[in-house]
Design a protein around this ligand. Structure first.
Ligand SMILES: *Cc1c(COP(=O)(O)O)cnc(C)c1O
Length: 478
C-alpha cells in the first residue's frame, strides 16, 4: 500500500469532518500528534493499522443487524453477513477454535456473553427440561421465580485482583460480582506465581460453576491444561479471558499447555490490546456452547457494530500473516529486555521477570507508591499505569506497582536495545523521585518531588528515542 493512499485517506476524512465541526477534526489530529510523541508503555494499548482504522469509518455504522449470520431480525444484512462471517472465519482459523462470536462491543461485554452462555447451558436449559417446556416464556410464574433465584446464585472462582485478575471476574464493583458468589485464588507469596495446588484446594471446597483463568497484570505464563484438569475435577466450566495476551496466542508464542483455546470450554478476549485490532471483544468456544454464545445479542448486547466487525475482519486477517508471529515474539523479547534492564539497575519486579508482554515493577523498592511513580513518570514523558502488587499494602487506589507493557512500542518498531534505554529512563526517574509528606508530617501516598529539569531532560530523551521509530509513518496529515 502506498504511503500516499493512506495519507490521502486520512487527510480527506479530516477535511470532511472539519467542514462540520472543526474542533473534532482538530482533536483527531492532536491525538495523532500526542500518540506519536509519547513513550506509551500502557500494557493494554496498541496502535491498529491504517486499514483497520479506515474499515471503521463508514456506512456499516448505519446498519442494525441483530441476530447472527444468515438469521437476522432485520432486512438487508447481506453485507454485514459478509464481514461478520469473515471475521469469525479468520478468528476460528487464527486460534484453531470450533466457534467464534465476533459481536461483543468490548472485553466486558464478551465476558457477559460468556457468563450468560454458561448459565443458560448449565442452569436454564436443565430447568426448562425439567419443567418440560421449550422456552422461558412457557414457565409458570413460580418456576420462573425459582429459576431466576438459581441463575443469580451461582459460584465463580477467578484470580484475585491484587494477583493480576480482572474486575469482571466476579468482583463486587462489577456486575459479575453482583451476579456471582465469588472466591478468588492468588499467587504464592514467596514466588509470586500461581499456586495450582492451592487453586485445586479452593476449587474442591468452593465447587464453582465457572473457573476463570486469565489476567490483566500477571507477568507470567499460565498453564491452562492444569486449570482445565482442576475445573474437570469439580465439574466446573473452564473459561479463559485472554484479553491481554490474545496477540501472544495468535502469534504462537503461547502454545501447548499455555494456549487456552484447546483447553477451555470458552475463551473471551478484547481485540484491541496485544491483538492490535479495533476496540472490541470476541468469544471463542467449544461446539456445545455455540448456540448459547450466539444469543449474546440481544441477551446482553445491543445491536452489533458492523463497522467494528469489518475492522475485526481486517485486523484478524493481518494477524494470520506470518509477520504477526514475528511481532508477537518481539513483544516478549522486548518485555524481557525491559525487565532485565530494570533488574540490572536494581529494580524490584513482581515474580522477578516476565514471560509475556508485561512487567510489574514493585515501586516500594524506590520508596514510592504506584500513584507517585505513575505521575513522576508522566511528568517525564513516560506513560504507564499504576497497579496493585500481590498483598499490596497501599490498596487499589494508591497501589505499590507500575505496570508496563511492550505491545505498543513493539508495533512502532522499537527493539531490545531501545528497551534497555527505556529501562534507564524509568530507573532514573524513579530513583530521583522523593515521596512527599502531609501537612501533619505523616508520609503522603500522593505527593512527591522530582526536579523539573530532570523530568524535562528525560522527556527529551524519550522523544529522541521515539523519533527513530515514527508512529504511522505512512500517514502524513500535512
Ligand atoms: C481489558 C480487559 C477487559 C475489559 O476490556 P474492555 O474492552 O475494556 O471492556 C476484560 N478482561 C481483561 C482480563 C482485561 O484485561
Amino acid at each position: 500500500m502506498s504511503r500516499n493512499a493512506e495519507s490521502t485517506a486520512f487527510r480527506s476524512a479530516l477535511e470532511v469532518i472539519r467542514a462540520v465541526e472543526p474542533r473534532v477534526a482538530d482533536a483527531i489530529g492532536a491525538e495523532l500528534t500526542d500518540q506519536r510523541e509519547s513513550l506509551k508503555l500502557i500494557a493494554s494499548e496498541n496502535y491498529a493499522s491504517p486499514a483497520t482504522l479506515l474499515a471503521m469509518g463508514n456506512w456499516f455504522s448505519d446498519k442494525y443487524a441483530e441476530g447472527t449470520v444468515g438469521r437476522r431480525f432485520y432486512a438487508g444484512c447481506q453485507n454485514v453477513d459478509t464481514v461478520e462471517a469473515l471475521a469469525a472465519e479468520h478468528a476460528r482459523e487464527l486460534f484453531g477454535a470450533a466457534h467464534a462470536y465476533v459481536q461483543p462491543h468490548s472485553g466486558i461485554d464478551a465476558n457477559l456473553v460468556a457468563f450468560w452462555a454458561v448459565l443458560a447451558d448449565r442452569v436454564e436449559s436443565p430447568a426448562l427440561k425439567k419443567a418440560q417446556v421449550r422456552q422461558v416464556n412457557d414457565l409458570t410464574e413460580a418456576d420462573w421465580f425459582a429459576l431466576r433465584r438459581e441463575l443469580g446464585n451461582q459460584r465463580m472462582l477467578g484470580m484475585s485482583l491484587d494477583a493480576g485478575g480482572h474486575l469482571t471476574h466476579g468482583f463486587r464493583p462489577n456486575i459479575s460480582g453482583k451476579m456471582f458468589d465469588q472466591r478468588s485464588y492468588g499467587t504464592d507469596p514467596a514466588t509470586g506465581l500461581i499456586d495450582y495446588d492451592r487453586v485445586a484446594e479452593v476449587a474442591r471446597e468452593f465447587k464453582p460453576l465457572i473457573l476463570v483463568g486469565g489476567y490483566s497484570a500477571y507477568p507470567r505464563k499460565v498453564n491452562f491444561r492444569i486449570l482445565r484438569e482442576i475445573a474437570d475435577s469439580v465439574g466446573a466450566t473452564f473459561m479463559v479471558d485472554m484479553a491481554h495476551f490474545a496477540g501472544l496466542v495468535a502469534g504462537k508464542v503461547f502454545t501447548g499447555d499455555f494456549d487456552p483455546v484447546p483447553h477451555a470450554h470458552i475463551v473471551t478476549t478484547t481485540t484491541h490490546k496485544s491483538l492490535r485490532g479495533p476496540r472490541g471483544g470476541m468469544v471463542l468456544c467449544q461446539p456445545e456452547l455455540a448456540d448459547q454464545v450466539d444469543r449474546g445479542c440481544p441477551m446482553v448486547l445491543g445491536g452489533p457494530l458492523p463497522h467494528v466487525m469489518a475492522a475485526k475482519a481486517v485486523a484478524l486477517a493481518e494477524a494470520r500473516r506470518p509477520d504477526f508471529a514475528d511481532y508477537a515474539q518481539r513483544i516478549v523479547d522486548n518485555a524481557q529486555a525491559l525487565a532485565e534492564g530494570l533488574l540490572r539497575r536494581g529494580a524490584k519486579l513482581v515474580t522477578g521477570g516476565t514471560d509475556n508482554h508485561l512487567v510489574l515493577i514493585d515501586v516500594s523498592g524506590y520508596g514510592l507508591t504506584g500513584r507517585q511513580a505513575e505521575q513522576a513518570l508522566l511528568d517525564s514523558g513516560i506513560v504507564t499505569n499504576r497497579n496493585s502488587v500481590p498483598q499490596d499494602p497501599n490498596g487499589a487506589w494508591y497501589t505499590s506497582g507500575i505496570r508496563i507493557g511492550t505491545p505498543a512500542l513493539t508495533t512502532r518498531g522499537l527493539g531490545t536495545a531501545e528497551m534497555d534505554q527505556t529501562a534507564e529512563l524509568i530507573h532514573t526517574v524513579l530513583t530521583q523521585t522523593t515521596a512527599g509528606v502531609n501537612a501533619d508530617g505523616t508520609p503522603s501516598k500522593a505527593k512527591y518531588t522530582l526536579d523539573a529539569g530532570l523530568a524535562d531532560k528525560v522527556a527529551r530523551q524519550a522523544t529522541d528515542l521515539l523519533a527513530t521509530h515514527p508512529l504511522y509513518p505512512s500517514v502524513d496529515l500535512g
